[in-house]
Design a binder for this molecule. Structure first.
Ligand SMILES: [Zn+2]
Length: 222
């Protein structure tokens, strides 16, 4: 079902060498309304595959969605990352227990120092929320949905999103609001998302999703 490969990687922050698992391809059977891939098999297997999209160094907790050998960190970035990782409260508490969302959290912490765009930071948090749902970590699912929501809102203000990315990000702001119980807010964002698609046939799937999820939000808001 899923192909995964193990490869030695070297941490670009602390130099530790370790074997990391990458899922190269996996089969999905559609997506949930927040775009979480539906993966055949047990939810925890699906969670494991989604988790393998980030690599985390077991020694210093540096994490990223990109392959480590493609990262070229400056001296200042390395120093800044080390400081952030050392001071991070969640890493202090959870690094021993290694909860399933930890790699995404660490990648977000490091991503801020690497000046990743808000859209990418939001994606890390969104994927963390998917893993939490599959692993039934309910309070953390909401925590990461809220963080993803904030990054996506900032992306809409500051990143120059266009086309499909603009439409999908606007839709996700609606959908995350709905999942967090802000139904009226969600409705406004679904309307905004609908305006960005302008009947583009390439995003007809998104128009259908907007219609369906708007109905749910309207019923819940009534
Ligand atoms: Zn390291």
């Amino acid at each position: 079902m899923a192909e995964s490969r193990r490869a030695y990687v070297v941490c670009p922050v602390c130099g530790h060498a370790f074997r990391a698992v990458h899922a190269s391809t996996y089969v999905t059977v559609g997506r949930e309304a927040d775009l979480c891939p539906k993966i055949p098999g047990r939810p925890s297997d699906g969670a494991r595959l989604i988790r393998s999209s980030v690599t985390m160094c077991p020694a210093c907790s540096f994490a990223a969605g990109e392959p480590f050998d493609r990262l070229d960190l400056t001296f200042d970035e390395r120093y800044g990352i080390e400081e952030r990782l050392k001071e991070d409260g969640l890493l202090k508490v959870f690094s021993k227990g290694q909860p399933p969302w930890l790699g995404f959290h660490a990648a977000e912490v490091c991503g801020k120092e690497r000046s990743l765009e808000s859209r990418d930071l939001g994606d890390l948090c969104l994927r963390a929320s998917w893993v939490c749902r599959k692993e039934k970590e309910r309070p953390f699912e909401s925590t990461f949905q809220l963080r993803a929501l904030r990054h996506f809102m900032r992306a809409l203000q500051e990143d120059d999103l266009v086309g499909r990315e603009l439409s999908v990000t606007t839709y996700l702001v609606g959908e995350l609001n709905r999942r967090l119980g802000n139904h009226r807010e969600a409705l406004n964002w679904y309307v905004n998302a609908g305006r960005t698609t302008e009947g583009d046939p390439r995003v007809a799937w998104l128009d259908r999703l907007i219609d369906r999820q708007s109905k749910l939000a309207r019923e819940a808001a009534a």
